[in-house]
Design a protein around this ligand. Structure first.
Ligand SMILES: NC(=O)C1=CN([C@@H]2O[C@H](COP(=O)(O)OP(=O)(O)OC[C@H]3O[C@@H](n4cnc5c(N)ncnc54)[C@H](OP(=O)(O)O)[C@@H]3O)[C@@H](O)[C@H]2O)[C@@H](O)CC1
Ligand SMILES: [K+]
Length: 460
């Protein structure tokens, strides 16, 4: 389930210092980085002629190493620089390149372009003329490669500090950075390839990786596999969709407590009409229930508020979604819950927190003692203890009505199966993304539960 580590610029610098402290000379690390990137670019672009754009810092230094190594392989390489090299390692890399260095302002384009202008040391947007040159040269190349990061993206937040062209390939050196997964920066390249350089990374923040799931044991029955209760409300369809998703998530049983008969779904889901808050309290007075999901289709009126209060009071493990996130205050969220806010719900609950989406999700999770799935094209899953998984690259077709209800049901189901909120949230986000990939294009949310069994089977 754990994918590649994600490090901020400051954490990268600390990891780099630890390598130096272990006796590796500064320039040796730059050689490693340049060699890792050169090997990846060679596989992507082969002998096509190349222009390497080198900035003043160590990102530029990597560029000179790449230029030298690819020249040794027979590539016709030219280098264009933005001023002098300012760090000792990049000065040495430039000297070892030893070839001509053109002016970035006037350099002619090439079939391949390598952007080694700025990486994790970018402190502000590029000057307009430099950003324009980068754009022109990148567009003119059929093969464009960004070294470590596309120049102009802010490492830790994924914001664009100036105009950034789209690259075919981005080579992440040493570790992923938040900007590789957070939008808009994550949209500035088609492919991301990781180039290892032998640094040790802290292990709290990762890219979401594929989960390892388990088939039920021989002694399993429907209650040991987890009973999910879904408390519905005014809008029957959303709760039904969530219940359907929960029932295809691997859980043992799903009960749907809905306000009317129209909410009845497939026969495997036990449907019970539950009108008032008092009815909800009675329905949830069942110790076999492992998890209660509330929010999809709940409504926002006084009756909905009462049903939600009765649900929270019942004291079961909760998954809170949609209207439940609009009705509840952050300090009323029971510890150990899972929350699934999108941007608007997140801001309403937690206000305008500072920092990147990763920082905000972490603070929110710690504040309320719950696992937060901060949804979007880049979903961030944060646990109260600081663990974070970032999911990127999900199908853009997920931006359709009802997919959030499906995710909520899946989260409830995986929580009923595993009993571990961070694990359940991570598994659910992965399976949701994989189900969408299997559903293909232009699917509707109703198609996703049907794709879940195959997504689960692929992870056993
Ligand atoms: N850390 C590691 O483990 C390893 C790192 N490696 C590589 O090093 C990269 C980080 O290198 P880095 O720290 O030297 O920063 P880098 O991105 O080259 O730029 C800094 C320079 O640019 C300048 N500058 C900034 N913004 C500017 C702007 N808008 N317009 C103009 N100038 C601007 C800034 O000056 P200042 O902000 O002081 O004005 C400074 O001079 C990293 O991404 C990776 O590729 C690998 O080699 C080995 C392992
Ligand atoms: K770069």
């Amino acid at each position: 389930m754990t994918g590649a580590p994600i490090l901020t610029a400051a954490q990268m610098r600390a990891a780099e210092q630890a390598v130096f402290a272990s006796g590796v000379p500064d320039y040796a690390l730059m050689e490693r980085a340049g060699a890792a990137a050169a090997a990846i670019i060679w596989r992507a672009g082969g002998l096509r002629d190349m222009l390497v754009l080198c900035g003043p810092g160590n990102n530029g230094g990597d560029g000179y190493v790449i230029a030298r190594l690819l020249r040794e392989r027979g590539v016709a390489v030219r280098v264009a620089a933005l001023g002098e090299s300012r760090t000792p390692s990049s000065q040495r890399a430039r000297a070892e390149w030893g070839g001509p260095v053109e002016d970035l302002a006037t350099a002619a384009p090439a079939t391949q372009v390598v952007d080694a202008l700025f990486g994790t040391g970018l402190s502000r947007g590029l000057d307009a003329a430099v950003a324009a040159r980068l754009g022109e040269l990148t567009q003119a190349a059929s093969h464009s490669h960004a070294i470590d990061l596309p120049s102009g993206v802010e490492t830790d937040s994924g914001a664009l500090l100036s105009a950034v062209p789209r690259f075919r390939l981005c080579v992440a050196l040493g570790a992923l950075k938040p900007a590789h997964l957070l939008y808009p920066a994550a949209g500035c390249f088609d492919r991301l390839i990781y180039g290892p350089i032998g640094i040790a990374a802290p292990d709290q923040v990762h890219r979401l990786g594929p989960p390892r799931l388990m088939a039920p044991g021989v002694e399993a029955h429907k209650y040991t596999r987890g009973l999910v209760a879904v408390v519905g409300g005014a809008m029957a369809g959303a709760a039904r969709l969530a219940a359907q998703s929960a029932s295809s998530s691997g859980a043992g049983m799903v009960r749907l407590f809905a306000m009317d008969e129209a909410a009845a779904g497939p026969d495997a889901i036990i449907h019970q009409q539950v009108q008032t808050a008092a009815d909800v309290a009675i329905a949830l007075d069942d110790e076999r229930i492992a998890v209660v999901l509330v929010g999809p289709g709940l409504g926002r009126d006084a009756a909905a508020r009462d049903r939600l209060a009765a649900t929270v009071t019942a004291g079961h493990r909760l998954v809170l979604d949609a209207d439940a996130l609009t009705l509840l205050a952050a300090d009323a969220i029971p510890q150990g819950s899972i929350l699934t806010p999108h941007e608007g719900e997140f801001r309403r609950l937690f206000g305008d927190l500072p920092g990147s989406k990763i920082d905000r999700a972490r603070v929110a999770a710690a504040q309320c003692g719950a696992v937060v799935i901060y949804k979007g094209a880049d979903s961030v899953i944060a646990a109260p203890d600081g663990r974070v998984a970032v999911a990127a690259g999900a199908s853009t077709w997920l931006s359709t009505a009802g997919t959030g209800d499906v995710l909520a049901g899946l989260v409830g189901g995986r929580l009923a199966v595993t009993g571990d909120p961070f694990r359940a949230a991570s598994e659910a986000v992965w399976l949701h993304g994989d189900a969408a990939r299997r559903a293909g294009a232009a699917f509707v949310a109703d198609d996703l539960p049907d794709a879940l069994p195959a997504a689960i089977a692929a992870r056993l």
